[in-house]
Design a protein around this ligand. Sequence first.
Ligand code: HEM
Ligand code: HEM
Ligand SMILES: [Fe+2]
Length: 477
Amino acid sequence: MANNHLTGIGSESKQLATWYLTVAAILFGAQLLFGLVAAIQYVMPGFLFEILDFSIARMLHINALVVWMVFAMFGSVYWLLPDETGIETIGIKVGKLLFWVFTAAIVVVVLVFLFVQVGPADETTIWFITEGREYIEAPRWADIGIVVVVLGFVFNLYATGMKGNRSGIVTVIMADMLAFAGIYLAGMFFTDNITVDQYWWWWVIHLWVEATWEVYVGALAAYGLITMIGAHRKVVEMWLWIEVAMLFGSGILGMGHHYFWIGTPEYWWEIGALFSALEPLPLVAMFIHVLYDWGKTQGAQEALGKKTSVINNKPAFTWFVLNAFGNFLGAGVWGFFHTMPQVNLYTHGTQFTSAHGHLAFFGAYATILIGMMYLAVQGTNGIKVLRSTKTSIWAVSMIAGGVLGMTVALTLAGYVQVLVSRAQMGATWAGYFDGQSGMWFSQAMDWRLLMGFVTFLGFLLLAKDLLTTGKNPVHER
Ligand code: HEM
Ligand code: HEM
Ligand SMILES: [Fe+2]
């Protein structure tokens, strides 16, 4: 890691990585801003009415979320590839060109979402404005463009992995990225039947976050532990293979928990219940994996009588440890809460779902990808040991505290909806509104907004730290 990216092997790949990670950070900020707009609208419904309606702010919030994470995932691959394979990424010139194509396309899509917003109910809207599928709303022209960019990325990855040293980590990422790209296709065609449409849409969103993205995170955690604390590759990669096997096992059929109420056959109740209930197991394994490796390295160091910390990138390590906790809590615990059809009958589509969605996306993905940004800052500036700064500590505390605060508020709001709208009033039209007009619900929305502001301020500090910490002269070079 001590290599300056301007001179070491893979300098081109690392430079491209920093471009991807930079755009990711900017989009993360945009995501939070649109989230704030939507949260203000829960409290003051007239806010920006007919200028930036809730539907649009929400759409921008969650699409920016998916896009920044994909950018950061590509960036992280370009970052670790030279370290793992020992060679410069093959076809890097094409990779760089596609980065610009991708970024330009995203800018155009966002501008259309912001200023055109809606179109007529015909094919032109699907082609040029939006496909209307939650989380992956890009219009079809952009969809096709994304496929081209992703194919280029997969080519870079495969060509490099096949020529260079193919470690376990690289092998897992190669297989995983192919699945990741392939599944995207399931969200690209349109059917008139909404049940059929939703059936395929869940392949993208569920099979991404609960199978391919989780496997990817396992590979990143493995790479990070080797890089930051010198964990033994053999141990780390053994865990990785176990997790891959478990995740694909439980994640694929676990998708049944989204098929309970959309008009699919009833056997999904049993399949969804059983396999999704098993999903937390690999997450527990990941959790143990990180703590175990950390403990082992610390122990070895103590035995040698070394007092200095063995962690060579404190801020990145903090975010990686948060990932282990956050993934387990957000996806494992909050997911498990509502995954049985008996429970989901009451919680489906309430703020409880949103509580889980926030903590899971944040805990499982935002954390580790921010950690990768810190690894890139360290490598780019040729820093041997990157220490935490006051700003980095405030940033991580405010972001994690803010998201946790929002999660608690949303969980309470969901609880009110379950009790009032569903249990008491039997999921009627009137019950839907009564559940949302009570004091407990509206107070929870106030708290969510407040905690959202805390999160956003934390983000500003994070941005400042990422831009400045690499230049700080107290770091060991
Ligand atoms: C990091 C992994 C995960 C992420 C990012 C994630 C994210 C989400 C999101 C955003 C939704 C809402 C989707 C919508 O808009 O309708 C959702 C729904 C759901 N998730 Fe997860 N999830 C993850 C893992 C899990 C796991 C492991 C479980 C079960 C153990 C689970 C159980 C559920 C259930 C049951 C729903 C449906 C909620 C409803 O009926 O309203 N999730 N998830
Ligand atoms: C400034 C902080 C944030 C605020 C104020 C905020 C606010 C909101 C609001 C108001 C919604 C719409 C909820 C609805 O449809 O009822 C939403 C949805 C969502 N947000 Fe955030 N958010 C913030 C940060 C985040 C972060 C950090 C993540 C993940 C990394 C995230 C992921 C999501 C997801 C996945 C949904 C869709 C949830 C669902 O439909 O179940 N948000 N957010
Ligand atoms: Fe799911």
